[in-house]
Design a protein around this ligand. Structure first.
Ligand code: SF4
Length: 319
């Protein structure tokens, strides 16, 4: 009997257990590091294509085909999440893809992780209104800090981002969370935190998440904020959560994806410790170590010591 070949997935990844979204199927619409920002803390490396020009960076039909193949078996998922190694709102077909999921797979919820830079465009805002959850990142009100942390495309400034978030918040009625990435020595001072808090008070997101470096960032000098600093900021802001590790084990066991492929797909998008890979693959320690040894010997992955432990990264960043 002939076996049906497994479809090749280049634009969807996982499902992976996510800290905030449960068991999440990732959709990466963008070529590696095509983004409107070049954040110092980005875990995907330096932005190689800094742009604010929307385009069909990957064919919409290809994304639909991959989603259709994957979702045909009705996998259990908490979210289908637009994220990855570039800014998803730069993709001109994002609205069409969200509509496709909503019409053909209505049981699934859609989340969008966006960097907020394109919300100034009414056309782009309209495309994302059907997402069930938007997590918008926003790190600084002050222009100087915005430039230092996020290193934006020259066509962007902090006021444009603020106005775009306000406009989206006025039009969008589903869950809206803001994520603030704390970079010690930059946006962890009380002046900036007060500015951020005042802005949050005006837009009233459903949740505010404080995040900090967990994996190697683009710039080696970026360090994680200490627990004390995060707690101090947490204490003086309202409605805030600190992004913490959740217990992935229950959901990870649901994964039936091939372990080696799952390791490579995960590392292609972000550096991971062995522990991270245990959680994302649901495999046991021996198996994960076995595969990592093979990948190290083949020169497909690198190993790097960081404050949180030994991290594995993919050797070549091919899309
Ligand atoms: S963290 Fe997000 S917004 Fe910042 S450079 Fe990386 S992909 Fe772009």
């Amino acid at each position: 009997m002939k076996s049906t070949p497994k479809p090749e997935y280049n634009h969807i990844f996982g499902p992976v257990p996510s800290r905030r979204l449960g068991f999440s199927l990732g959709v990466d619409l963008m070529p590696h590091k095509t983004c409107s920002l070049d954040c110092v803390y980005c875990e995907c490396g330096k932005t190689t294509h800094l742009t604010i020009k929307p385009d069909e960076y990957t064919p919409v039909d290809r994304i639909k085909h991959e989603l259709n193949s994957f979702l045909a078996s009705n996998p259990r998922l908490d979210y289908i999440t637009f994220s990855g190694s570039g800014e998803p709102t730069l993709h001109s077909g994002i609205g069409e893809i969200i509509s496709y999921i909503k019409s053909d797979f209505p049981d699934y919820k859609v989340a969008l992780l966006a960097n907020s830079t394109l919300f100034y465009s009414a056309e782009i805002r309209k495309k994302i209104l059907d997402a069930d959850l938007i997590i918008a990142s926003f790190d600084a009100v002050s222009e100087e800090l915005f430039r230092a942390i996020n290193r934006p495309h020259p066509g962007l400034d902090s006021k444009t981002i603020v106005d775009g978030i306000i406009a989206l918040k006025n039009e969008y009625s589903n869950k809206f969370w803001i994520e603030v990435f704390i970079v010690p020595g930059f946006n962890d001072n009380m002046d900036e935190i007060t500015l951020i808090q005042n802005f949050m008070n005006s837009i009233k997101p459903n949740q505010i998440h404080l995040n900090t470096l967990d994996r190697p960032g683009t710039e080696k000098w970026v360090e994680p904020a200490s627990e004390n600093v995060l707690k101090k900021i947490h204490a003086c802001m309202h409605n805030v959560k600190i992004v913490q590790n959740i217990d992935y084990s229950a959901s990870a066991k649901r994964s039936s994806v091939d372990i080696l492929k799952s390791i490579l797909t995960t590392l292609k998008r972000r550096p991971c410790t062995v522990e991270d890979l245990l959680k994302s693959t649901g495999a046991d320690l021996n198996r994960v170590n076995q595969y990592l040894d093979i990948l190290l010997k083949d020169g497909e992955v690198n190993r790097e010591k960081m404050p949180r432990g030994i991290f594995y990264t993919i050797h070549s960043k091919t899309p």
